[in-house]
Design a protein around this ligand. Structure first.
Ligand code: COA
Length: 328
């Protein structure tokens, strides 16, 4: 019913292949080594296609689920200027979902299948969006640190090997840089405000610290997909490298506001590597597998949106067409 897919009959037949044609595989890997972009109609190993669908689909879900905690604060923003900025940001995030679903569709999975897999729990989305936004300071922290973490990850991914994903990410990163400014302005305002404003900011940072460490995925030695993704240049930095880059860029910016992180072991070593206490990887596993504080609520809201919007999609669909043609 939504969008379209680009899977040729031949590629569809190959989806269960486990052994690839060695000549084609070599030519493909040489293209990657030369830094060429792979495009939807090019030959690619089935595993490359499957990994990209998994990753881009999870990313798209994260954008639309990620709009939910912030969306709940639109009616409660402290003033009109903040409200306008938040409305624009939430709208951008939904647009990012649209771009990413379109990029994933080029690999052959329909949008309907992706949304069904989000709702039936088969497909994951980012851990961070399963935590509540309890006060306005959470919106400041999401805008500055969650979006800051996303920019670290997405700028790196945008240099990857799959053309449609990289092009979508380039545009997303431009928009995210505005979100970051909005978040930074909000954080600085609270940090330099009243005792109460500083206290709610500190409380929000205390609650977001561990989810932010989890955001970049498990430690490299526990990461299931990194090796393959890095070999094919889908990922250009490991989970630990991205986490380190994030800490390096953002911890000093929080410390300079005289706000702390709830970890006495957080420090930068002489070799440039940040050290921190073990962020409880069991909690990470629980949250990404549906057991976080807000997983059930997030999926329930998406289910409601899916059901309540069905008649609109059906009304837009011409009886002679299989898919709704996007209006844009
Ligand atoms: N939230 C939810 N699940 C996560 C996660 C996170 N922050 N980090 C890792 N995982 C999941 C992986 O999806 C994988 O699960 P799966 O096998 O069921 O798909 C599992 O944990 C093992 O992790 P790993 O092998 O390290 O996954 P990865 O190589 O795909 O790396 C990312 C994880 C997030 C770095 C990578 O997928 C990525 O860059 N994704 C695109 C960007 C994105 O989605 N950003 C978040 C939203 S802004």
């Amino acid at each position: 019913m939504y969008g379209s897919t680009n899977l040729s009959e031949e590629d569809a037949k190959r989806m269960n292949t486990t052994v690839e044609d060695p000549e084609k595989l070599e030519a493909f890997e040489s293209r990657i080594a030369r830094g060429e972009k792979i495009e939807p109609q090019d030959w690619m190993p089935v595993e490359y296609r499957k990994q990209l669908i998994r990753m881009i689909e999870q990313h798209a879900h994260s954008e639309i689920v990620g709009a939910l905690p912030e969306g709940t604060w639109i009616t409660r923003a402290p003033n009109f200027r903040r409200k306008l900025a938040l409305i624009a940001k939430v709208q951008d995030e939904i647009g990012h979902g649209q771009l990413l679903y379109s990029a994933a569709e080029t690999l052959g999975k329909t949008r309907e299948e992706m949304l069904n897999d989000l709702l039936n729990g088969k497909s994951k989305y980012s851990n961070v969006f399963n935590y509540p936004a309890k006060t306005w300071a959470d919106i400041a922290v999401i805008g500055f640190l969650v979006d800051g973490a996303a920019i670290v990850n997405q700028v790196i991914n945008s240099k990857g090997s799959y053309g449609p994903y990289c092009r979508a990410l380039e545009r997303i990163c431009y928009e995210e840089s505005f979100h970051l400014k909005q978040g930074h302005d909000n954080v600085v305002y609270l940090a330099t405000g009243t005792k109460h404003q500083r206290a709610i900011l500190q409380d929000a940072i205390n609650r977001w610290y561990v989810p932010l460490l989890h955001f970049f995925g498990p430690p490299d030695k526990m990461s299931a997909h990194s090796e393959k993704l890095m070999k094919w240049k889908v990922k250009l930095a490991s989970n630990d490298d991205m986490r380190n880059q994030f800490l390096d860029q953002y911890v000093p910016k929080i410390w300079e506001l005289d706000i702390t992180f709830p970890d006495p072991n957080l420090k930068k070593n002489n070799d440039g590597i940040w050290e921190f206490s073990d962020p409880d990887w069991n909690e990470f596993k629980r949250v990404i597998n549906g057991g976080g504080p807000c997983n059930a609520e997030r999926i329930a809201v998406r289910k409601f949106a899916e059901e309540a919007g069905r008649w609109v999609r059906q009304a837009l669909m011409s009886p002679t067409e299989k898919y709704v043609v996007p209006l844009a």
